[in-house]
Design a protein around this ligand. Structure first.
Ligand SMILES: [Fe+2]
Length: 301
């Protein structure tokens, strides 16, 4: 029996209900200018200003079963990566926020785990090493496992939101995670051969592409964007260079396919003939046999 796919089901419902209300010309426009902007969510009471500038959020005694989260911060055109965007996250450990959260002013910040901020690299990418957050009670109902996010660019266009994980049985009863606007913030988890979990969360800020400052660090940037991601048959890989060799690896590093002299703006499905199983994959770009750029993408169905 075909597995029930809640993400697809909810997306279909949303699309049907919205599309039936707008005239044809607007429909055509919305297909071209897809609204990718990341939706917001509540901040909650556990945010602490000025978190440490770190990407490894786990204490030293944790040496396995990590959660690795990566993603790219994009502008409102859904495809222009934003370098130097701020990504600030915080979450509970096994079920509570770090005990120092409540007495932060008297605490040693170096011991305050599961919170931190990074700035995206020249390709708009960010990454964190942490653990899967535990659940905690909100009244008599458990909140689903979630990670709080704040993201902004040059101290403007800040978004505050939360990330949830597919298959979490507490999502349905949580008023924020079950809100239809959260659907693109419920992401799949993939487990690698070493029992680490991986997730991808791309963030789309309300920033005009022309407002993004040029940096001098773009020489290693080839893959502009992979969008939409999770991928579908319309997903395009935007490259900013020619004569590029591309390959695709699974999360354990096994190369699935390789293609030389890839043209710009190609459909991602042109890189592999057969359907790939659900999961997280890495697209790598090579020039002169040297891997110089990579981005992750998800297949969810
Ligand atoms: Fe929370």
């Amino acid at each position: 029996m075909k597995k029930f796919n809640r993400r697809f089901f909810l997306k279909s419902l949303i699309n049907i209900s919205l599309f039936s209300l707008i005239p044809f010309k607007l429909k055509a426009f919305s297909l071209l200018e897809e609204n990718c902007e990341t939706t917001s969510d509540i901040q909650g009471p556990f945010y602490i200003e000025n978190p440490p500038n770190i990407s490894i959020l786990t204490p030293p005694e944790i040496t396995s079963n990590f959660l690795f989260i990566t993603g790219t911060v994009y502008a409102k055109d859904c495809k222009t990566p934003i370098p130097n965007a701020l990504v600030d996250i915080w979450h509970a450990n096994k079920g509570i926020y770090d005990e120092k959260s409540n007495t932060y002013l008297n605490s040693d910040y170096k011991n305050d785990f599961y919170r931190g901020k990074v700035f995206t690299d020249s390709n708009g990418n960010y990454a964190f090493q942490t653990i899967l957050p535990g659940k905690y009670l909100n009244g008599i109902i458990y909140r689903p496992s979630h990670i709080h996010y704040k993201s902004s660019y040059l101290n403007q266009n800040e978004i505050t939101t939360q990330l949830y994980f597919e298959g979490d049985t507490s999502i349905e009863t949580d008023p924020w995670a079950s809100d239809p606007i959260a659907i693109n913030r419920i992401v799949p988890l993939e487990e690698d051969a070493e029992n680490n979990l991986h997730a991808i969360f791309d963030i789309f800020l309300d920033v005009n592409p022309e407002e993004i400052e040029n940096t001098d660090l773009k020489e290693n940037k080839i893959i502009e964007s992979i969008y939409p991601n999770p991928i579908n048959s319309n997903t395009i890989i935007h490259l900013n260079n020619t004569n590029i060799t591309i390959d695709i690896c699974d999360i354990n590093g096994k190369i699935i396919c390789k293609k030389e002299n890839v043209e710009n703006n190609i459909k991602i499905t042109n890189l592999f003939k057969n359907r790939l199983p659900k999961g997280i994959y890495v697209l790598r770009a090579f020039k002169n046999n040297k891997a110089i750029d990579a981005k992750r993408f998800i297949i969810t169905k």
